[in-house]
Design a binder for this molecule. Sequence first.
Ligand SMILES: [Zn+2]
Length: 237
Amino acid sequence: MTVEPNHIYQYSLINALMAGIADTGIKVSDFTTKGNLGIGTFTKIQGELVLLEDQVYQLQASGDVRVAEPEEQLPYAVATNFVPQRTVQAVFKNKDDLDRVLDEFDNHAANLFMSYRIDGTFSYLKARTVRGQEYENQPLAELGSKQAVQEYENVEATVVGFRTPSAWQGFMVAGEHMHFISKDKKAGGHILEMISKGEVNVGVAVVHNVHIELPTSEKFNAAKMQTDSAGIGGIEG
Ligand SMILES: [Zn+2]
């Protein structure tokens, strides 16, 4: 990895996805040079993305997981060259326990970013995967009612996530945004709820360098972008 540890690289903006700008993006082969841990989505907002080590996985609404091809494009994706500053053991009774764990790690990072990787067994995971746009430029918020929601029990998995300061809502997803992939690489999605089975390992890093690359496409420049906090919360919360 040639990129600096614990910087964030992001392609495009959540607001662009909200405006349905999802036809083109960064190539998978370029994205994997930006880090070893990441999340995002695919063209036409088809499913969820996990970057783990040097592999990009597509978590599909059908429940299947596939490895993305180098030439595929990603309309919105976030990566970091993750080097945990500390790894702790933690128990999660629910998703919100993560904020407690992150605050214990550093309670002065309210206006900084955090990246984290959780490894272990979860007694319960609830996750969604978007089904994809049904027409050109369909806004992300419209896909919320048609997402596939699945529940998993006793699954060994890796959770990849970022915590974003509230003022960045619209550029990214404010608060927690995490995706998981099972250890056998057969299941995954955008996490809605999680309960750990006993202690799991949580690696955390504070991030104070963020690089955002914007699309140069006609569509991106023609889009009417605004921050719809309720809409983002509805689909990404
Ligand atoms: Zn997501």
